[in-house]
Ligand binder design. Structure first.
Ligand code: HMG
Ligand code: MG
Length: 307
């Protein structure tokens, strides 16, 4: 039995763009976010309040957050690594934040310059400030299905971090296959271990598509009852601290699969494909597979009509 409905969070404006070398203006980022909202995305991660020295593409986080036009029914969130980022995000008008921990010590050091325990020390003041201000906090775990430095990651290790994030008050714990190396059996083992500590409807799958396994991993997750997935329009992205990792699974490919399975997403595939083609054109990169196929089919139909 597969779920009847899933919630898709588009992380393209943050996870997708953070790795793009070509600087994009805040206007373009805001247009991308608006196009995603117009396409029916129920949740969008818009930017990251991280150090501009570490991730230059996110340096305009304050402008993007201040100028964001909120569409009713869309949850907008931003990534924050520490209380400094949290306070800047809230001052700019952010209403929801996401914190991120790693499943391995080495990735924690490379990504945020601290140990896993130190990252939880940084989360503590964020969690108390967020609780006092009624701000929802989402938690990520990076390198949950493999680490570029430490190799394979035991499911128990991921489950123990998931338990900690849930215990400190994260409303969702998103399990990130940062390097896109996981396969469906590993995905199943990861969720089986995590669900002992976090309810299945509070877990999310965050799959990068480096090895072309993301859709298969999402299907395996659906079979386990997972209903939250992070995707990126046009499959944009990669992680600056995981060389060779490609983008998140494309929103268009996931919506196409969900439509085919009769699983409700509330997302208009045609509109998200148009947004994907637009941003891919600006970045001079290939659009998603489903987006490209759909728009080619539309163009052929329009040509036939005109003939
Ligand atoms: P640090 O150098 O250890 O920080 O960086 P520090 O506390 O020692 O401070 C050093 C300087 O950074 C100071 O400035 C601080 O003010 C400044 P200085 O006095 O030298 O001029 N600083 C900040 N500036 C702006 N915003 C802040 C901030 N905090 C301190 N929030 C830090 C620690 C976490 C800031 C740094 O390591 C960092 O920004 N890392 C970036 C990490 C990142 O963005 N990674 C990519 C996102 S995670 C991801 O993609 C994975 C995910 O998608 C899931 C998956 O796929 O698995 C979520
Ligand atoms: Mg990611």
């Amino acid at each position: 039995m597969l779920p009847r409905k899933v919630r898709i969070l588009d992380v393209g404006p943050r996870d997708g763009l953070q790795n793009e070398a070509k600087p994009l203006s805040a206007d373009i980022k805001l247009e991308l976010i608006d196009r995603l909202g117009a396409a029916g995305l129920p949740a969008i991660e818009t930017t990251a309040f991280v150090s501009p020295r570490w991730v230059p593409q996110m340096a305009d986080h304050t402008e993007v957050t201040k100028r964001l036009k909120h569409r009713p029914g869309v949850d907008y969130s931003v990534l924050v690594p520490n209380i400094q980022g949290y306070e800047a995000a809230i001052a700019a008008g952010a209403g929801e934040v996401a914190i991120f921990a790693a499943a391995t010590e080495v990735f924690s050091k490379r990504n945020t310059n601290c140990t896993i325990d130190q990252s939880f020390e940084r989360f503590a003041p964020i969690m108390s400030a967020a609780k006092a201000a009624n701000v929802r906090v989402r938690g990520y775990i990076s390198v949950a299905l493999g680490c570029p430095y430490a190799g394979p990651v035991p499911a128990q290790q991921v489950a123990s971090i998931a338990a900690r994030l849930y215990a400190i008050g994260c409303y969702d714990v998103s399990l990130g296959d940062t390097i896109g190396a996981g396969t469906p059996a590993q995905t199943r083992a990861m969720f089986e271990a995590c669900v002992k500590h976090v309810p299945i409807d509070r877990l999310a799958g965050h799959f990068h598509d480096t090895y072309g396994q993301a859709l298969a991993n999402i299907y395996a997750s659906l079979e386990m009852g997972v209903t939250n997935f992070d995707t990126s329009v046009a499959g944009l992205g990669g992680c600056p601290y995981a060389k060779g990792a490609t983008g998140n699974v494309a929103t268009e490919d996931v919506v196409y699969m969900m439509d085919g399975l009769g699983i409700e997403t509330g997302i208009d595939l045609g509109k998200v494909a148009e947004a994907g083609a637009w941003i891919s054109g600006l970045l001079e990169r290939a659009p998603s597979r489903a987006g490209k196929a759909l728009l080619a089919k539309r163009a052929a139909a329009a040509e036939a009509l005109a003939a």
